[in-house]
Design a protein around this ligand. Structure first.
Ligand SMILES: [Zn+2]
Length: 205
């Protein structure tokens, strides 16, 4: 267990000057929007379209979509290291969109370090009951299902976790990437800038 949740450290880190961005695409539509529930059936596909936001021009080893974002891009040495450590993460191309506001923003056209969009490929089911996750809605027309979103208070059964060093939670949809203790330690020991962790829950028998 994390003795000392790092939420404060996370907040402190985000006040340190690293550039953050907005994701402005690329949106793809897997099917027509549902005319019963209104779900758009859209997803983000590569290339990730990054629009740097007013923040700073200093680019961290990790960059995020906003001060508390969950989508990330990384420098080459980070993708190389995560690949070498066998994290369940794919690295996809990034393109840059001209910022709307130029002050305190990474210069455009972009001439900074090469960046790749990190997308976690592993998905793990949590223990819905122990995590307080309920089915919120299910559309009989398009099949879209919604569950309680959880970023903390998560319980995962050991048998549902195959030792992945990085994973997403099935009921959360594509948002948020989690790491177990091992993964956190490996990333922290690598000393990358602009990444910190907060406790999300536990993996139990
Ligand atoms: Zn629907």
């Amino acid at each position: 267990m994390y003795e000392n949740p790092t939420t404060e450290r996370l907040a402190a880190m985000k006040t340190v000057a690293y550039a953050h961005f907005s994701v402005v695409g690329t949106w793809a539509y897997r099917r027509e929007p549902c005319n019963v529930c209104g779900y758009y059936w859209q997803e983000i596909v590569p290339p990730l379209l990054v629009q740097w936001e007013p923040s700073t021009h200093v680019i961290g080893d990790f960059s995020w979509d906003g001060p508390f974002g969950d989508k990330f891009v990384v420098k080459n040495h980070v993708s190389d290291a995560l690949n070498a450590m066998q994290f369940e993460c794919g690295f996809l191309p990034v393109e840059y969109v001209e910022p709307e506001r130029k002050r305190n923003t990474v210069p455009f056209p972009y001439e900074g370090p090469h960046l790749l969009w990190g997308q976690c490929s592993a998905i793990v089911d949590l223990d819905m009951e122990a995590s307080g996750v309920e089915l919120l809605s299910s559309c009989s027309a398009c099949g879209d299902v919604r569950y309680t979103f959880r970023k903390d208070g998560i319980t995962i059964r050991n048998r549902k976790w195959n030792g992945q060093k990085m994973f997403r939670i099935s009921t959360n949809g594509p948002a948020l990437t989690f790491v177990p203790e091992d993964g956190r330690r490996m990333i922290e020991e690598a000393g990358f800038s602009n990444i910190a962790f907060s406790e999300a829950g536990e993996i139990v028998n």
